[in-house]
Design a protein around this ligand. Structure first.
Ligand code: SF4
Length: 343
């Protein structure tokens, strides 16, 4: 088991089981999450015999920068990280006026099968541990000499398909003994797994929940994202209304605009009907084409006219600023191209 995947609470239990006082758990937590330590035997404040005992039972997760790509257009940096078992994941750091935001992966690959997404083409390989999520942040910070202020779980993987590790990651990254990143600065993006949305509502975390909508019609949505066959829009919207009631947080809807598929007035009207009276915001994303998905990307004028229609129908909406277009920065593209090259 990975010691740096443990929340403070779990570390305390482990340390108490060794017959030691709880403050030892805080020392260990700080070592990993404030000081970026990587070796149990080097935690100087802990008695050597305890360090030795722990190191026999626990491991420490370390990831390494395998490749780094920097955009010449807007300074976006994309990393391919090498995991201890040889798998590769990607992560993107974007610079905004309010600070640095990082989009991290939560799984190696993904089983959700969204048609436009490169991350899912090889299926799900495995879940990432909480430490592997945190280490993406620590490694990028170290490499760039910066502090990350915002985190988006929107890289490879479906975060709610890796629920427990994702919730542990939130506790770790938010801890005052670690990076202390506010949960309000964290966005979890999901394709809409209904039972987990109810579960997350009970945690009552002030994160932003972001839902991949992509179509307000079940039939079309099922074509774009197969998971929608399992969780119909009616069921999803009920879960989201429950989530808002519990957390009082606004939901963001991601809407990838695909030319001639989901970008007409009919869709704009239906989105407004679907979100009527809901604390919601729609983020429009013009399709980023990948080789396996041949649909087109609407031009800028059409994107803006779709946005105007939504506004006219009373839907709060923005068009997502695209970052790192010259370095294949969208979901899974870079990992895929490296895997293809290796083949
Ligand atoms: S868009 Fe997200 S949920 Fe869908 S296949 Fe890609 S990584 Fe998975």
């Amino acid at each position: 088991m990975e010691l740096n995947s443990m929340t403070q609470k779990k570390l305390k239990e482990i340390i108490n089981d060794y017959g030691e006082k709880s403050f030892r758990a805080e020392q260990i937590f700080r070592y990993f999450h404030q000081h970026d330590g990587e070796d149990i035997l080097e935690i100087g404040q802990i008695p050597l015999d305890l360090r030795k005992r722990i190191s026999l039972e626990y491991t420490v997760n370390k990831i390494k920068v395998l490749h780094k790509f920097e955009s010449k257009v807007d300074g976006t940096v994309k990393y391919l990280f090498l995991l201890p078992d040889g798998n590769i994941i990607e992560s993107v750091v974007m610079s905004y006026s309010h600070g640095y935001s990082q989009c991290i992966s939560t799984q190696v690959g993904c089983k959700m099968g969204c048609s436009f997404c490169a991350s899912t083409k090889g299926g799900l390989v495995r879940n990432l541990t909480a430490a592997e999520m945190a280490n993406q942040v620590y490694e990028a910070e170290k490499d760039l000499g910066i502090r990350i202020s915002n985190i988006v779980l929107m890289g490879s993987g479906e975060p709610l398909d890796n629920y427990d590790n994702v919730v542990d990651f939130f506790a770790i990254i938010n801890s005052k003994l670690g990076r202390n990143i506010s949960l309000r600065n964290i966005t979890l993006s999901t394709c809409g797994i209904v039972p987990e949305i109810y579960k997350l509502a009970e945690e009552n975390l002030p994160i932003t929940l972001s839902i991949s909508l992509h179509s307000p019609f079940d039939e079309k949505r099922e074509e774009i994202m197969p998971i929608a066959r399992k969780h119909k829009l009616k069921e999803l919207m009920e879960a989201l209304r429950y989530y808002i009631d519990k957390t009082n947080r606004r939901i963001t809807f991601e809407y990838t605009l695909i030319k001639g598929t989901n970008d007409s007035e009919k869709e704009a009207r239906e989105i407004s009907r679907l979100l009527d009276g809901m604390l919601a915001h729609v983020n429009l994303i013009p399709l980023n084409p990948i080789s396996e998905y041949k649909e087109g990307r609407p031009d800028r004028d059409h994107v803006l006219s779709f946005q105007s229609m939504l506004k006219k129908f009373g839907v709060a909406t923005t068009v997502r600023r695209e970052m790192g277009g010259d370095i294949s920065a969208s979901c899974g593209q870079l990992r895929r191209s490296v895997l293809d090259e290796e083949k």
